[in-house]
Design a binder for this molecule. Structure first.
Ligand code: IPE
Ligand code: IPE
Ligand code: MG
Length: 261
């Protein structure tokens, strides 16, 4: 894998250049988590600390998101899910919600070329109802443009709720039963997995949450049933790839048993 042909500094956006190979940690062979989920938390508290309004914290999060994607690529992570906007985040003030919608739309638009250059396949996990059409349009455009990329899949969880995802899967199964595509008396785990938003994506190996909060906040309940958890104290705008690498390093030292003795 090589990124040498891309001049990141020429892009008119905050750069997230790739690291000097000598600083990338050498993780134990075969131990890097295939799928990492990140609950990017603490933007509002970061802004408050700086005496700024909450939306300034969200703005400060953007370069951290792309630094983290770069760091995930360098570490060899194959799937990265970023919790960007939850179904519960609609309960924030209308002005913050409006900002988050517009900002998400603009980031995807501004960054799609960079992600494409990096070999990122953009994906989306979430519900359509309520989500701004302009956000869906940018996501669909980015997914189409990057669909053949194979370095890393980056899943933006936007208008995502885990219970909503399971309810949507159940509704889809019920439709299949009604249409006699499947018989209703045998609903299997595999069937539910196949009706999730992105059935091809493997379950999450590692969940990292920043800002010291220790909860999952409706993030991928099905997919994290056997994940390892890592809670980092830094607020998201203070993070970057080294925080992800620290979490991965701890993960490589864990012993996953999956119920076996
Ligand atoms: C995470 O930061 C970003 C989103 C949930 C959109 P917060 O906005 O939750 O920041 P805190 O938790 O209030 O500090
Ligand atoms: C979770 O963070 C959602 C995202 C990071 C997008 P929240 O800040 O919304 O979660 P709670 O309210 O602390 O549980
Ligand atoms: Mg929060």
């Amino acid at each position: 894998m090589s990124f040498k042909n891309v001049d990141y500094t020429s892009l008119d956006i905050p750069a997230a250049p790739f690291s000097d190979p000598s600083i990338i940690p050498h993780f134990a062979h075969g131990k890097v988590p295939r799928h990492v989920g990140v609950i990017m938390d603490g933007n509002g508290r970061w802004a408050k600390q700086q005496g700024l309004v909450r939306t300034e914290g969200h703005k400060a999060a953007e370069p951290v998101v792309f630094d983290t994607i770069a760091g995930a690529i360098e570490a060899g992570v194959r799937y990265l899910t970023l919790y960007t906007f939850s179904t519960e985040n609609w309960n924030r003030s209308p002005s913050e919600v409006r900002f988050l919608m517009g900002f998400s739309r603009d980031i995807i638009h501004r960054r799609v070329q960079q992600m494409n250059d990096w070999g990122v396949r953009v994906r989306w996990a979430g519900r359509r109802p309520r989500l701004w059409k302009s956000v869906i349009d940018e996501l669909e455009d980015a997914m189409e443009k990057t669909k053949n990329n194979k370095v890393i899949d980056v899943v933006f969880a936007i208008n995502y709720g885990g219970r909503a995802e399971i309810a949507d899967a159940a509704a889809a199964i019920a439709r299949d039963v009604r249409d006699r595509k499947i018989s209703g008396d045998r609903v299997t785990e595999k069937m539910i997995q196949e009706h999730l938003y992105n059935p091809d994506i493997p379950n999450v190996d590692l969940v990292m949450r920043t800002s010291g909060e220790m909860r999952t906040s409706n993030f991928l309940p099905w997919e994290i049933a056997y994940s390892e958890f890592d809670f980092e104290p830094e607020l998201w705008p203070d993070c970057g790839r080294e925080v992800l690498w620290r979490a991965i390093q701890k993960y490589t030292e864990r012993n996953r048993r999956f119920g076996k003795a």
